[in-house]
Design a protein around this ligand. Structure first.
Ligand SMILES: *[C@@H]1O[C@H](CO)[C@@H](O)[C@H](O)[C@H]1NC(C)=O
Ligand SMILES: *[C@@H]1O[C@H](CO)[C@@H](O)[C@H](O)[C@H]1NC(C)=O
Length: 443
């Protein structure tokens, strides 16, 4: 069965739509009930009902670098010195490997010294959705709100963002579509050290939190995942490929080549489907998919790939919405309590200095914990299994719980933004705004 969303013309970038999911799910439920055990229970929750995405957190990284926002310089000059852009043989196509990328990028940066400054911390967020209108009548509105959320986060932290809604490779549809986009973004943005792919159905829900880049110094790809589930369980939901941070370097060029070689554009697609199924026992989706491909490469490419891939599990690098939505009210109450006691945090300020307020808040969050059971704002909330655009939400949830969950999460994030504009929504499910009085706590 092929769902309309998987046709080349109507593709959801973010997530596959698996019509057989319902069937598989009941089968899976039976299997898991039979097998029992906490890991399988977790897998059940993670996998089908949330095509991607678990969560389990311990200690939070103290935000290492509240660096200045707007690290992007304002120099638009392009000197005549030749760079890789002048090489007619260099191709943007994912089917034509690029060699010596580190050197090429270094030369470009040497001719653009203002971009070389601060390059290690520069991040480009890349996201996108399908080329055509959403089938879900409120789908495009939801996607707009998800995009607004990402734009807000990027503005607050001085990151650039690229939204794409075209198929960069005609055969790389659905979840494969992001790979050519990310690769092209690396070429288009030599000034960015990192490309951060964020699925369209994920929202930043802690607008203050920043990725702990220091921790990733020796790694080139960061995903939310769990080593024991990768290596011991060999589960295709041991990590989530819907959100990842990838370094703009030759390693990543090579990795994307290998990763993409399991995709539908290659004659080996069926072979890879077979290999993935036989390597990952819990993979029920028959075709080769990017997430299984990533797990496979971790398992089989220990020295080549795995040693440069960081499985982040200490905070909500992305978190499963169903686990998060119900906690937002209590989290809000905790933040209100802090602000009641700390006048500095209630001070009105320009949006552009928001990062320093995050730093001021941090000491009051040291007991908040992270992830499940924590009262820290979850960093990213991911609506796996809901599919805002197609509307093909997983049958385990009602449409209402998906769409209400999204409104609630997006409003929770938006309240953090609106504060700089003197407004808030008192009720996360009600769009009406209330002015924020002087010296008041926003929550
Ligand atoms: C491009 O490739 C062709 C054929 O491989 C080669 O002859 C030519 O020198 C290359 N051009 C550049 C600028 O590297
Ligand atoms: C929210 O806090 C109340 C009061 O402390 C508690 O009873 C309730 O279980 C909490 N709800 C959630 C979802 O954690």
């Amino acid at each position: 069965m092929v769902s309309p969303d998987q046709s080349p013309l109507q593709t959801t970038m973010a997530k596959p739509s698996f019509p057989p999911r319902n069937k598989h799910t009941s089968l899976l439920t039976d299997i898991f009930l039979f097998v029992g055990g906490s890991i399988t229970a977790l897998l059940l929750i993670w996998s089908f009902w949330s095509f991607f995405s678990p969560t389990q957190i311990q200690n939070f990284p103290s935000p290492s670098s509240f660096s200045q926002p707007n690290i992007k310089p304002q120099d638009n000059n392009d000197p005549p010195n030749p760079t890789f852009y002048d090489d007619p043989n260099l191709s943007y196509s994912i089917e034509k490997p690029i060699k010596n990328w580190d050197e090429k990028r270094r030369i470009w940066l040497s001719h653009h010294p203002s971009f070389a400054t601060g390059v290690r911390e520069r991040i480009l967020v890349v996201t996108g959705s399908q080329p055509s209108a959403c089938r879900n009548p409120i789908g495009d509105h939801l996607l707009l709100r998800f995009f607004k959320n990402k734009v807000d986060y990027c503005r607050i932290h001085g990151y650039d963002i690229f939204y794409n809604n075209a198929l960069f490779h005609p055969k790389m549809t659905t979840f494969w579509a992001k790979l050519p986009v990310v690769r092209s973004a690396m070429i288009a943005h030599p000034e960015s050290e990192w490309i951060w792919w964020v699925d369209s159905d994920a929202a930043f829900t802690d607008m203050e939190f920043k990725l702990p880049l220091d921790r990733y110094q020796n790694h080139n790809l960061i995903v939310h995942g769990w080593a024991h589930l990768v290596y011991d369980v060999k589960s295709w939901v041991s990590l989530n490929a819907g959100i990842f941070l990838i370094r703009n370097c030759q390693w990543s060029m090579d990795f994307i080549n290998v990763w993409a070689s399991m995709g539908p554009q290659t004659p080996d697609f069926d072979k890879w489907s077979e290999i993935q199924r036989s390597t990952l026992p819990d993979k029920l989706f028959p075709k080769s998919d990017d997430q299984s491909g990533l797990v496979y490469l971790l398992l089989k490419g220990k020295d080549t790939w795995a040693n440069k891939i960081y499985l982040e599990s200490e905070f909500y690098f992305e978190g499963y919405w169903e686990e998060i939505v119900g906690t937002l009210d209590n989290i809000t109450a905790k933040y209100v309590e802090i602000e009641r006691g700390v006048r500095g945090l209630r001070r009105r300020h320009a949006e552009i200095v928001s990062e320093s307020y995050a730093e001021m808040r941090e000491p009051y969050l040291k007991d908040a914990g992270n992830g499940k059971g924590s009262w820290r704002r979850p960093f990213i909330t991911h609506f796996t299994g809901c599919q805002p655009c197609s509307g093909n939400h997983n049958q385990r949830y009602s449409a209402k719980s998906c769409w209400n969950g999204m409104h609630k999460v997006l409003n929770f994030a938006d309240n953090q933004v609106l504060r700089s504009y003197g407004l808030k929504r008192c009720d996360l499910l009600d769009s009406s705004l209330t002015p924020l009085p002087f010296d008041s706590w926003a929550g």
